[in-house]
Ligand binder design. Structure first.
Ligand SMILES: Nc1ncnc2c1ncn2[C@@H]1O[C@H](COP(=O)(O)OP(=O)(O)OP(=O)(O)O)[C@@H](O)[C@H]1O
Ligand SMILES: [Mg+2]
Length: 472
C-alpha cells in the first residue's frame, strides 16, 4: 500500500471496481481517504448498459431508457452463460459487453487520478459460479486490467463497514438489480471476517421489474384482447417504464405506467399501487429473508454466532430503497428500527477500493491469460470517446489482420494463422518498406501472445524481415 500523507492527494493506482447488474462504480484511495470516482457528468455510478451513438460507435454507461431496442443492460447476469448477445448487427460474448463497461470505468478512473491505471480489485457476487468468475477475469483482460483480486461482495461490504462503524457482528442484506447477497460478518479494529453467507444470483430489482411487466401485459390483454407478451421489443419498452414506476412507488402510494402506441392500435395506461406491488414481490422478499436466515445458520454452525449476537442488519443495494423491505425485516426479526441501518452509498464499491489498497500497482498491463489481445484492441476501437493512452508494450498502429478474412484472432492458433499470412505478404509485396512498417507494430502484438514455438519462430522471422526492410 502506498501512502504519502505529505503529497495528498496521492492516488493508490489499484482501483476498486463494483461491476453491478444495474450500475457500476469505481473507488480509489487518495492517500488519506477513499474516493468514489466521478465520471464526466459528476455521477459516482455508471449505468451498466451499453448503447451506440449516431455513428455506430459503442457508448458504455448509457441510461437504459435512451433506446431500449439498441441497448444491452443487465449483462452481468449473462456472464459465463455461454449465451451470445446480438448488438450493432453482430454477435458479442457477454464478457465483451462487460469489457466495454470496464474500459469506460478504467478511463474514468484514469481521468480522475490523472495517471494510467492497470490494476483493479473487482467485485463478484458470493453466489457466482466458476464460469462467471472466469468470464469476469476475461472481461477484465479485454479491458487491459490486471485483476489483483476478485473480491466477493460481502467481503467488500464488510471492509466498507469496518471503515465507518464500531467493532461488532453485522448481517448485511444486499439487494441490487440482479443479485441478493446475505452475509454475517465480524468487524474488528484490524480485521473483517465473513462468518456465513447465502445468496441468489438471480434475485433482484430486475425480477421486480419483470413482475410489473407481467401485470401490465395481462391488463392490456384483458382490455385490448391482444397478447403482446411474446414481442421482445414491446417487453423491453414496458420493462423500462416498469423500472421507473417501481422507483416511484418507493415514495408514492400510486403510480401509472404510461405506454403510448405499443402497437399501431394499442396504447395503455396501467395503474399500480404500492400495496399491489408489495404483494407481487412478497414471495421474493420471503426468499431474501430465508436466505438471511440461512446465512445466520451458516455463521452459527461455523462460528457459534446466533441472532442475539448480531448488532445490526445493514441494508445495501438499490432495491433496499423499497420501504416494504425495511418493514418486512423489522417484523421478521422482531427488532426495532435502530438495529436496521441503511448504506446506500456504494458500499460494495467502497469496500473494493479499500481491499485494493493492499495490492501494489504494476507498471503495465500484464497480458490476458488467453491471448485476447486482438479482441481487446477491436473492442477499444469500437468504443466511442478518446483513445486511452497507449501502453508501452502496445502496437503503435493496429492494422487489420491481413490474409484470409475471418473472425478476429483470439486464441494462439488464430494468432498463428494471422502471423503466417502476414509473413507471406511480407515476402511477396513490392512495397516492402511500408508494409513492414505497418506490421512492425503487429509483430509486437503477435510476440506478446506467443505461446507455441511456431508462433515464436514466426514472430522472430517477421522481426528480422522488418529490420531488413527498414534498413533497405
Ligand atoms: N428508489 C428505488 N426504489 C426501488 N428500487 C430501486 C430504487 N432505486 C434503485 N432501485 C433498484 O435498485 C436496483 C439497482 O441497485 P444496485 O445499483 O445496488 O444494483 P447493482 O449493484 O447494479 O446490481 P447487483 O449488485 O445485483 O449486481 C435496480 O433494480 C433499481 O431499479
Ligand atoms: Mg451490487
Amino acid at each position: 500500500m502506498t501512502e504519502h500523507p505529505d503529497a495528498y492527494p496521492f492516488y493508490h493506482r489499484v482501483v476498486g471496481i463494483d461491476l453491478g447488474t444495474s450500475s457500476c462504480a469505481v473507488s480509489v484511495w487518495d492517500g488519506a481517504k477513499l474516493q468514489l470516482v466521478r465520471g464526466p457528468t459528476g455521477a459516482i455510478t455508471l449505468p451498466a448498459a451499453v448503447g451506440q451513438d449516431r455513428s455506430g460507435q459503442v457508448i458504455a454507461g448509457v441510461p437504459p431508457a435512451e433506446d431500449p431496442e439498441n441497448v444491452i443492460a443487465g449483462i452481468k447476469r449473462r456472464l459465463g452463460s455461454g449465451e451470445r448477445v446480438r448488438f450493432r448487427g453482430r454477435t458479442y460474448m457477454p464478457r465483451e459487453v462487460c469489457a466495454f463497461l470496464l474500459i469506460e470505468l478504467k478511463r474514468q478512473a484514469e481521468a480522475f487520478i490523472g495517471e494510467p491505471v492497470h490494476d483493479a480489485v473487482v467485485t463478484v457476487s458470493a453466489a457466482a459460479g466458476e464460469e462467471q468468475r472466469r468470464s469476469l477475469r476475461e472481461a477484465s483482460g479485454l479491458a487491459q486490467l490486471n485483476v489483483r483480486r476478485l473480491v466477493e461482495d460481502p467481503v467488500a461490504a464488510a471492509m466498507a463497514l469496518r471503515a465507518d462503524t464500531r467493532p461488532g457482528v453485522y448481517a448485511i442484506y444486499d439487494l441490487g438489480g440482479g443479485t441478493f447477497d446475505a452475509s454475517v460478518v465480524r468487524v474488528d479494529d484490524g480485521t473483517v471476517e465473513v462468518l456465513g453467507t447465502a445468496g441468489d444470483e438471480r434475485l433482484g430489482g430486475d425480477d421486480f421489474d419483470e413482475l410489473i411487466v407481467g401485470h401490465a401485459l395481462r391488463q392490456i390483454r384483458e382490455r385490448h384482447h391482444v397478447d403482446l407478451s411474446q414481442d421482445p421489443a414491446i417487453r423491453r419498452r414496458v420493462r423500462w417504464e416498469a423500472e421507473i414506476r417501481k422507483r416511484e412507488l418507493s415514495t408514492a402510494d400510486n403510480t401509472t405506467l404510461e405506454l403510448p402506441l405499443l402497437t399501431a392500435t394499442v396504447s395503455a395506461s396501467v395503474s399500480l399501487n404500492r400495496r399491489h406491488f408489495e404483494a407481487m414481490i412478497e414471495p421474493d422478499l420471503q426468499r431474501t429473508l430465508d436466505l438471511l436466515t440461512e446465512a445466520i445458520a451458516a455463521a452459527r454452525t461455523a462460528h457459534g454466532v446466533s441472532w442475539a449476537d448480531i448488532d445490526q442488519v445493514v441494508l445495501a443495494g438499490g432495491s433496499t430503497r423499497i420501504p416494504a423491505i425495511r418493514d418486512r425485516l423489522a417484523g421478521y426479526l422482531g427488532w426495532g428500527g435502530a438495529r436496521i441501518r441503511t448504506d446506500h452509498d456504494e458500499m460494495v464499491a467502497r469496500g473494493a477500493g479499500l481491499v485494493a489498497r493492499d495490492y501494489e500497482p504494476a507498471s503495465l498491463f500484464e497480458g490476458s491469460p488467453v491471448g485476447l489481445l486482438s479482441a481487446s484492441l477491436r473492442l477499444r476501437a469500437e468504443l466511442a470517446g478518446p483513445e486511452p493512452p497507449l501502453e508501452a508494450d502496445e502496437p503503435v498502429e493496429t492494422p487489420d489482420p491481413p490474409g484470409p478474412a475471418g473472425p478476429p484472432a483470439e486464441t494462439p492458433a488464430d494468432f498463428r494463422r494471422v502471423a503466417e499470412a502476414t509473413y507471406m505478404l511480407l515476402l511477396q509485396d513490392d512495397d516492402r518498406l511500408a508494409l513492414a512498417a505497418a506490421y512492425g507494430a503487429f509483430i509486437t502484438a503477435v510476440q506478446a501472445a506467443a505461446s507455441d514455438t511456431r508462433l515464436a519462430e514466426l514472430g522472430a522471422a517477421l522481426s528480422t524481415e522488418y529490420a531488413r526492410a527498414a534498413a533497405d
